[in-house]
Design a protein around this ligand. Structure first.
Ligand code: IMP
Length: 194
């Protein structure tokens, strides 16, 4: 089965392709010639994921899924949440986002509990379905590790020694928000193929 993943984020693509294996061919937006700046104007993760998946289905006629992820920090009343990508401004600069997060948590004692939440929206045939995955953890006092992307260096998943950025791809995928949401997506797709 061929499916478009409505992203051009190379980290997300390789995570997804690794999780999906050979049974599904995952195409990126660039692979289908889509260079649109798809708006992410909803105020929920599900809303943004649906905008992106519908955009591709309606304009390119292809079955598609899209994800939206937020980092919810308890001491910040759930911020940056749905605004995680542009926490420090429209530049979507991960280093600046992490710096601002650490500044805003400077006076908050450990553990600074937080969670990543991913919502995946799937447009398959005429049907829309949502999948969600969550990982609990805490925000470290300083970045640690070189792997991954985004907020990975400052997020330590519950029960783990180091941040997501200290883990290899398989270890992260096994417990991550996107790994869990994708597992639900895959089990749904496998049922459809039976
Ligand atoms: P989006 O889902 O691509 O809009 O991601 C929202 C924000 O969360 C961006 O700043 C991403 O870099 C960050 N983000 C998304 N997924 C992850 C992840 O798995 N680890 C760390 N940061 C992430």
């Amino acid at each position: 089965m061929e499916l478009v993943f409505a992203t051009n984020n190379s980290h997300k693509l390789s995570e997804l392709r690794r999780i999906c294996g050979d049974r599904f061919t995952i195409l990126s937006l660039a692979d289908i010639g889509c260079h649109d700046d798809i708006p992410e104007t909803a105020d929920t993760l599900a809303g943004n994921a649906l905008i992106k998946a519908r955009w591709v289905k309606e304009r390119y006629g292809k079955d598609c899924f899209a994800d939206d992820t937020g980092l919810m920090v308890d001491a910040l009343d759930g911020a940056p949440g749905v605004y995680s990508a542009r926490y420090a401004g429209e530049a979507h600069d991960s280093a600046a986002n992490m710096k601002l997060l650490l500044e805003n948590l400077r006076d908050v004692p450990a553990p600074r509990t937080a969670r990543f939440v991913t919502v995946i929206a799937l447009c398959l045939g005429g049907k829309e379905t949502l999948f969600e995955g969550t990982v609990e953890g805490e925000i470290l006092s300083e970045p640690c590790g070189e792997e991954g992307f985004g907020y990975d260096p400052v997020f330590r998943p519950q029960g783990c020694e180091g941040s997501f950025a200290t883990m290899d791809a398989d270890a992260k995928n096994a417990i991550s928000h996107r790994g869990r949401a994708t597992a639900s997506l895959l089990s749904f797709l496998n049922q459809q193929l039976q």
